[in-house]
Design a binder for this molecule. Structure first.
Ligand SMILES: Nc1ncnc2c1ncn2[C@@H]1O[C@H](COP(=O)(O)OP(=O)(O)OP(=O)(O)O)[C@@H](O)[C@H]1O
Ligand SMILES: [Mg+2]
Length: 383
């Protein structure tokens, strides 16, 4: 696996249970995965010699993030390395313009969108679709850093001049055009998570509701409470159609907008790896997204995806007032014995994804209160 963050760390737990020997190329030995994986060479996705060493003797190469060297992945595949998902599929999780074009071609519901190369083109789109609009960097954005709500082209003038947030590798922007979308009046956001194996087996988890704050996933409830069953089925059908249409192998998360008054959903974006919206599956589903990703990329039969309990709620720990949130374990564990804690081994920084908790059970209000209460303690919010 290329990448050494919390996804690689949690993948390691699933790999260990199956005695799958996971080797992760990590950015730092002290990172989330480097701290716990026994076999974690240090390097980045851009270092081809490191990738060569990583795949030597391996059955399959996979990823914890999409910022990969696609050209090299294609060369590896030509050399006979099993690269899953393939570079061809990964493109649609790397570049939002490519994704929009491809989903349109597949006939999959998307928000109204356009590719704009100049402020004038953006103004024209806004005048037709209505202001504000949502402007996105086609690639390199993450956690909302490449997304802006704009009331005029002036609000993204810096992006037209070529500025960008820099990706995980700190690259400068290479895109010349921007993606602009209508500002969708969604009632809520959903995530449809599926896994697909090279043999073509596909399994879908129950559709979850996600809540983003400041562009970052904050809370996930599965299944999405009160969602019209027909809309849930449609969301799953879309995710399966995307997985098959793009020939995805491994876990695919399809982020969606629900416009419930009109009985429809549209696709926001794609992730081709385990995703924050699927962390609830570790404790709340028969097969976790991490185990399923391993099964899928190894072309093993896929596991059951049904929920273990009527409701699961996952809450992210985003920053903490405590230097070490683990100091509240005695209190947290005494107060919430049913809550499952997942910490990523990171040092505390403002807003940083430090971990998550999941609660599950039969009463949604209780489950939610427990998960939120546990995170409030870890944040140092309450006495
Ligand atoms: N067209 C839109 N209309 C309304 N809200 C939107 C639109 N596009 C994005 N958003 C809001 O911004 C959030 C982040 O957008 P998006 O998922 O495209 O960005 P990202 O930085 O790639 O996210 P991630 O953190 O998932 O990597 C969405 O979850 C949604 O809340
Ligand atoms: Mg997103």
């Amino acid at each position: 696996m290329v990448g050494g963050g919390q996804l690689a760390r949690m993948m390691g737990e699933a790999a260990s249970a199956l005695d799958v020997r996971l080797r992760a190329l990590v950015e730092s030995p002290g990172g989330s995965a480097g701290l716990v994986l026994p076999n974690a060479p240090v390097g980045t996705a851009r270092e081809r010699a490191k990738i060569d060493a990583l795949v030597a003797g391996a059955d399959v190469l996979t990823f914890e993030h999409e910022l990969q060297d696609s050209e090299y992945l294609t060369a590896l595949a030509e050399r006979g390395v099993a690269v899953r998902p393939s570079a061809d599929a990964l493109l649609y999780a790397q570049n939002k313009l490519e994704m929009r074009r491809r989903l349109d071609a597949l006939g999959i519901e998307c928000p109204r969108w356009a590719e704009v190369a100049t402020p004038r083109e953006l103004e024209r789109f806004g005048d037709e679709a209505g202001w504000p609009v949502v402007v996105k960097l086609p690639s390199g954005g993450y956690d909302g850093k490449g997304v802006r709500v704009a009331d005029s082209a002036e609000d993204v003038a810096d992006w037209f001049r070529g500025a960008g947030p820099g990706g995980l590798g700190g690259e400068t922007r290479v895109d010349t055009a921007l993606l602009v979308e209508e500002c969708v009046p969604f009632t809520r956001e959903l995530a449809a998570l599926v896994a697909r194996s090279p043999s073509g087996e596909v399994r879908a988890w129950p559709v979850a509701e996600t809540v983003q704050r400041g562009g970052v996933c904050a809370e996930v409830t599965a299944p999405a409470p009160g969602l019209d069953p027909a809309l849930a089925v449609r969301a799953q059908e879309i995710a399966v159609a995307v997985a098959e249409g793009l020939d995805v192998t491994g876990v695919l998360a399809v982020e969606m907008f629900a416009i419930e008054g009109e009985g429809r959903v549209t696709v926001n974006e794609l992730a081709m790896r385990p995703h924050n919206s699927g962390h609830w599956t570790i404790d709340g589903a028969v097969t976790s997204q991490f185990e399923q990703h391993l099964r899928a990329v190894l072309d093993l039969p896929l596991g059951e995806t049904s929920a273990r309990a009527p409701w699961s709620v996952m809450v992210n720990l985003l920053g903490s007032a405590l230097a070490d949130p683990r100091e509240v374990y005695p209190e947290l564990m005494a107060r919430y014995p049913g809550v499952k804690i997942h910490m990523y081994g990171k040092e505390v920084r403002p807003g940083r994804k430090l971990g998550h908790v999941t609660a599950y059970g039969a009463d949604l209000a209780d489950v939610r209160e427990h998960a939120r209460g546990a995170v409030a303690l870890l944040r140092g919010d309450i006495e």
